[in-house]
Design a protein around this ligand. Structure first.
Ligand code: HEC
Ligand SMILES: [Cu+2]
Length: 381
């Protein structure tokens, strides 16, 4: 039905610079990409085929039939049945063809095949959390090449829209219901060498990983962009993440395993800081004292402050745990109750790790023996 790229390149030689990439579209990274680009080009070229001659003819008429000022215009209203039939039926056929081609693609994109690999997607202001099952959550979308993949998407707050330009796949995410989309990635990510990655790591020491600058993930994979395309508030433009396409299911499984929990060589504090960045806390809570959507985490642990209810609260372990699992139970005075619940999404160890991280950045935290200072140095690396 849809011509392969090679014949496409012959039909529309100027648009397709090489097999995967045209000069105005990103790489074709999914099985949809060819269809979508083909229909797009079809409509574009048909439109141009009408637009250019019509405009040229109009301009020609303007010049040819120009009359001196004051000359009376003549009216000419006679019929030409064959001509009128041609310009009605011809374009109708073309329009119906465009519609049919578009519908074929649309219906295909609407219907996830049976047995697709299912990833849960949670969209929130302003970030993404992918759910790989068994308590593994990560902001990056990791999938397998040539494997139909279904996203089961929900929003914790407002309407978002998930868009992966390279896959030509896009769908709104509406609070209060699940929305689904699917695609089949056809181009795998590449992994840079350990030496190169070490070099990049050294460059950005201490700072959060800059995906745009490095063009690889912190684990060294090249990626496709994934971002929100529905304006959703102040930091909408930062609601971005990446898609990594693994060559095999085994590779993906290994990645999921490696990200499933804190490794024995990682301190709770360092893991807590990682979760702070990874799980979207950073979008609403600063660590330098700045007031964002929520209170800053700087010097929070061990402090006392008023709640919206009028009571005072001491920030200690139980309160932090409750704030994460049931954020609406105690709302901090001066803030909106907009924090999503992380119930069932952070393990006990994760929450303990976040608490350890909060302690490490608070002057008010009850001081503990030397062991604490040691692990602080560790996580600073
Ligand atoms: C959408 C923004 C948002 C995100 C994401 C978010 N929070 Fe919050 N958080 C808030 C707001 C707003 C408050 C204050 C209102 C309230 O108590 O619910 C708050 C309150 C808190 C408090 C209590 C602070 C205090 O001053 O007593 C803690 C602890 C907390 N959040 C931890 C976290 C952690 C840990 C994460 C990530 C796993 C997180 N939050 C993610 C918005 C957010
Ligand atoms: Cu959004």
């Amino acid at each position: 039905m849809f011509p392969a790229n090679e014949s496409l390149a012959m039909t529309f030689p100027t648009l397709l610079a090489d097999l995967n990439e045209s000069f105005w579209f990103p790489i074709q990274g999914s099985s949809f990409a060819e269809e979508v680009d083909w229909v797009y080009d079809l409509i574009l070229y048909i439109s141009l085929a009408f637009f250019i001659p019509m405009m040229a003819f109009m301009a020609w008429c303007l010049v040819k039939y120009i009359k001196a000022r004051g000359t009376k215009a003549e009216s000419q209203t006679s019929h030409n049945t064959p001509l009128e039939l041609t310009w009605s039926i011809g374009p109708s056929v073309l329009l119906v063809w465009m519609f049919v081609q578009g519908s074929i693609s649309f219906l295909d994109m609407r219907t996830p095949p049976e047995g697709s690999y299912d990833v849960g997607v949670q969209a929130f202001k302003w970030g993404w959390t992918m759910d790989y099952g068994n308590g593994v959550f990560h902001p990056e979308l990791h999938i397998v090449k040539d494997e139909p993949t279904k996203l089961s998407m929900r929003s914790t707050d407002v309407i978002h829209s998930l868009f992966i330009p390279a896959f030509r796949a896009k769908k709104d995410i509406v609070p209060g219901r699940y929305n689904y989309m699917w695609f089949k990635p056809t181009v795998a990510s590449e992994k840079i060498s350990d030496e190169e990655l070490a070099k990049l790591k050294k460059q950005s020491e201490g700072a959060t990983w800059d995906y745009d600058m490095h063009q690889v993930t912190p684990e060294g994979y090249t990626f496709f962009d994934l971002y929100c395309t529905e304006y959703c508030g102040k930091n909408h433009s930062e609601m971005q993440t990446v898609v990594v396409v693994h060559e095999t299911q085994a590779e993906l499984d290994a990645w999921i395993k490696a990200n499933s929990a804190r490794g024995s060589d990682v301190s709770q504090e360092a893991w807590g800081e990682l979760l702070y960045n990874r799980r979207g806390c950073a979008g609403c809570h600063s660590i330098d004292g700045t007031k964002l959507v929520g209170p800053s985490f700087k010097d929070l642990y061990g402090s006392e402050h008023p709640l919206a209810s009028g009571d005072n609260v001491l920030v200690e372990e139980n309160y932090v745990r409750e704030s994460i699992i049931a954020p609406k139970a105690k709302v901090v005075a001066g803030y909106q109750p907009v924090m999503p619940s992380y119930k069932g999404q952070l393990s006990d160890d994760d929450i303990d790790s976040i608490i350890a991280f909060l302690k490490s950045i608070s002057e008010n935290a009850p001081s503990e023996p030397a062991a604490e200072a040691e692990s602080e140095e560790e996580s600073a690396e």
